[in-house]
Design a protein around this ligand. Structure first.
Ligand code: ADP
Ligand code: MG
Length: 252
């Protein structure tokens, strides 16, 4: 059984078929990449997994459960975390506070028990803090820990987004263009982190990425899409040399 199973999924926006009969599997411990020109339907597939949209047709199963029977706000509780193509963080909060938001799915005690002191709430809060401090250390975010997101450079915000997703301790991490806008050095760091996330933490990763250097370095399998359709799936080298993929990129 694969961790994520997408079968024959189609999604239309009016007359536009954004995702056209796509099937894919993400196995446990795998890094799976989606590549393809702008508008290919890559982010829409993430939005389908996140349950922001209902597919017109098809099945989406995660960890043996039918995701289509659940709502978007239930998805994180299954162990699916994501980053967004356009960073979505709380600008007026610190790095630490944004990462604590990532712990939301693990919170058992409500707001009231955090206000009215109880040893149980205190112990739980301590556990969340420890988990977040580990993420801060892993991503070298110590210098920014208590800084407001609003004032941070783009590259650091990108890392904080990864951190917020990691803080939730997911089984599957969805990364939408993790290297876009990053320098060569920052992209290198991102590659190391993705490798560690897979190998040390045992988290499966599905990523959308244009940087084929990064895709080749970290992905097991790659699916190329164009106009919502699968063009080819295989290793990065196989996909890049596939005639349909070359044609789609040349726009012929
Ligand atoms: P990409 O592969 O670049 O991530 P997207 O998945 O964002 O592509 O978009 C796929 C297609 O669906 C594009 O043509 C895009 O304009 C369209 N699209 C995406 N989201 C919406 C939406 N909410 N409403 C209408 N059209 C959309
Ligand atoms: Mg996109």
């Amino acid at each position: 059984m694969s961790l994520l199973e997408i079968d024959n999924v189609t999604l239309r926006f009016g007359g536009l078929v954004a995702v056209d009969n796509v099937s894919l599997r993400v196995n446990e411990g795998e890094v799976f990449a989606l590549v393809g020109p702008n508008g290919a339907g890559k982010s829409t597939i993430f939005n389908l997994i996140s349950r922001f949209y209902d597919p017109a047709e098809g099945r989406i199963r995660f960890d043996g459960k039918d995701l289509l029977k659940h709502t978007a706000d239930q998805v994180p509780s299954f162990g699916i975390a994501r980053t967004f193509q356009n960073i979505e963080l709380f600008e007026q909060a610190t790095v630490l506070q944004n990462l604590l938001v990532g712990r939301h799915r693990h919170r058992k005690t409500g707001m009231l028990s955090n206000i009215v002191f109880s040893p149980k709430a205190y112990r739980e809060e301590l556990r969340h803090r420890e988990a977040v401090e580990e993420v801060i250390e892993f991503l070298n975010l110590q210098p920014y820990r208590d800084k407001m997101i609003g004032g941070l450079p783009y590259g650091v915000r990108k890392v904080v987004e990864l951190g917020r997703a990691l803080a939730s301790e997911p089984k599957l991490l969805l990364l939408d263009e993790p290297a876009s806008g990053l320098s060569v050095e920052e992209t290198q760091d991102m590659a190391f982190w993705i490798e560690d996330i897979q190998t040390q933490m045992g988290i499966s990763v599905m990523m959308v990425e244009h940087d084929m250097g990064l895709v080749s370095a970290v992905s097991g399998r790659v699916m190329a899409l164009s106009d919502g359709k699968e063009l080819a799936t295989g290793t990065a080298a196989e996909v890049q040399s596939h005639p349909a993929v070359i044609e789609a990129y040349l726009g012929t």
